[in-house]
Design a protein around this ligand. Structure first.
Ligand SMILES: Nc1nc2c(ncn2[C@@H]2O[C@H](COP(=O)(O)OP(=O)(O)OP(=O)(O)O)[C@@H](O)[C@H]2O)c(=O)[nH]1
Length: 219
């Protein structure tokens, strides 16, 4: 539905923050961002190609703040040409692993390194999220190990489940913690991303797909 003039004026006034959600493929990045923005677990998901993004406006102490969540592809072959796009004008980073997959936790230093390479240093708020806590009998990453890693990198740790309805408050807490941290920071200016919307980003995805179909597919 088209926005009316009042809504557009509000958008211009609203602070907009870009948060990237990164981590290995299959850890649940899409499900976490969907849970926060749509309020439910998606019926089905497919591997993210390039980047997708979702938005939600939250009220923090009476001020409306728009969180723009960039759900990035974990699979190398679906992300390589998009990487520079993810890391531009980032306000916060959510590092995600799957508590039932040790390899996804062991992969975190690579994601930290990539952030460093794109000049996202410790001054940018970061959060560590261990997802799929509902699979209690399959846990491979113990909380104390994850906590030690989080402490070593000065970020809070959240363990949660995008799937379990009773964990939804925890998913809220992850992004609201970031919103509180970001509230006093300089937001993204509207002119940085004129008329940015979902279609704009998906058109970049199509460019990636086109490049792959022209012979660079990593399959
Ligand atoms: N049990 C359980 N399964 C989950 C949870 N979150 C995601 N999943 C499942 O894990 C699989 C991968 O979820 P996605 O959200 O697509 O993972 P992703 O990290 O976005 O994957 P890429 O797009 O490939 O990077 C799907 O089958 C989800 O249904 C969770 O909290 N618990």
């Amino acid at each position: 539905m088209a926005k009316n003039v009042d809504e557009e004026a509000q958008d211009v006034q609203r602070k907009v923050f870009k948060i990237i959600v990164i981590g290995d493929s299959d850890v649940g990045k899409t499900c976490l961002t969907y849970r926060f923005c749509a309020g439910k677990f998606p019926d089905k998901t497919e591997a993210t190609i390039g980047v997708d993004f979702r938005e939600r406006t939250v009220d923090i102490d009476g001020e409306l703040i728009k969180l723009q969540l960039w759900d990035t592809a974990g699979q190398e072959r679906f992300r390589k040409s998009m990487v520079p796009h993810y890391y531009r004008n980032v306000h916060a980073v959510v590092f995600t692993y799957d508590v039932t997959k040790l390899a996804s936790f062991q992969g975190l230093p690579m994601w930290l390194e990539e952030c460093d390479q794109h000049s996202l240093n410790a001054s940018v708020p970061r959060i560590l999220v261990g997802n799929k806590c509902d699979l209690t009998n399959q846990v491979q990453v113990e909380t104390n190990i994850a906590q030690r890693f989080a402490d070593a990198h000065s970020m809070p740790l959240f363990e949660t489940s995008a799937k379990e309805d009773k964990e939804c408050d925890n998913v809220e807490a992850i992004f609201l913690t970031l919103a509180h941290k970001l509230k006093c920071q300089k937001p993204m200016m509207t002119q940085d991303y004129p008329k940015m919307n979902r279609a704009t980003v998906l058109s970049v995805d199509k460019e990636v797909l086109r490049t792959q179909s022209e012979g660079t597919c990593g399959c």
